[in-house]
Design a protein around this ligand. Sequence first.
Ligand code: FE2
Length: 313
Amino acid sequence: MALTDFLDLTLAVPDPAELEAFWNRRGLATTAPGQLGTAERPAQLLLREGSYRHVNSFTIACETEADLVAIKARLHRLGLEADLGEGELRVVDPIFGHTVVVTVGAAAPLLPQAPRELNAPGILGRPNRRSEAGIRSFEPRPRRVGHVVLGSTDPKASVNFYVNGLGFRISDTLPEAGATFMRCSTDHHNLLVLPAPVPCMNHYALEMDDIDGIGLRGFDVVHERPDASVYGVGRHIVGSNVFWYLLDPAGGMFELFTDMDQITNDDLWDNELRRDDWDPFAIATYESGNSKMDFFLPSDIEAIAAGREAAGL
Ligand SMILES: [Fe+2]
């Protein structure tokens, strides 16, 4: 595919220092002023000061300069002008107002975690030793920012921009819910667009190595702030990822996830979900949580609407 990776996400929040410290405590390092990441991928989550909470920009990667030229031409046909220069294309999202950057390159490879020793029926994987997760002899950290989910006032126009303009591929759709899952890498989704009354970020998502990473880090958040858990732990139907959704101190929802479907061959991916026997609005095969309303719409949506209006959007 022409697009290869989701590289970074820049969030604007009123107090970026508070959010930076929050992620420092969760295992993301400050690698430059306003920039969080890991040794493998130093620039993943970038923070800017803004009068209200919103996506400032995100960066995706493509294979060649020719891809950038093709993207610019496609955007032009949609009536949108992109800036192209020095191996980089920049375009403003027509619904949200954030900038999408496309750059030639690929994300740095991730070293696989050494397999954890697990006991299972018929398998003595860890004889005479306690679980590392049980005694917390390691500190799990997010490996990468994997996706962002946007609530759009015009989901069709948003999908048109990202698919027919930028070249995202559709992995799954839930027509009854107005949801489109799109990817710019092998991840089942790097971008999900949902309907919303005001253009807003629904959540951003960081990949952990496994469910113990989700549990340990998620409960760190809950121990600091007991009402931070929004939804989870569970496993999604679409994308298959194990998830836990929590709130960051800026009021933004984030997801810790693991084990998402990977699509390496469009011909082999069955994008026709067998949905005869389940509710199209069901989003998990198993779940816990008590606040699905916050899952679908941020509780600070009025502040976001006011912020957008003040910004002339
Ligand atoms: Fe997600």
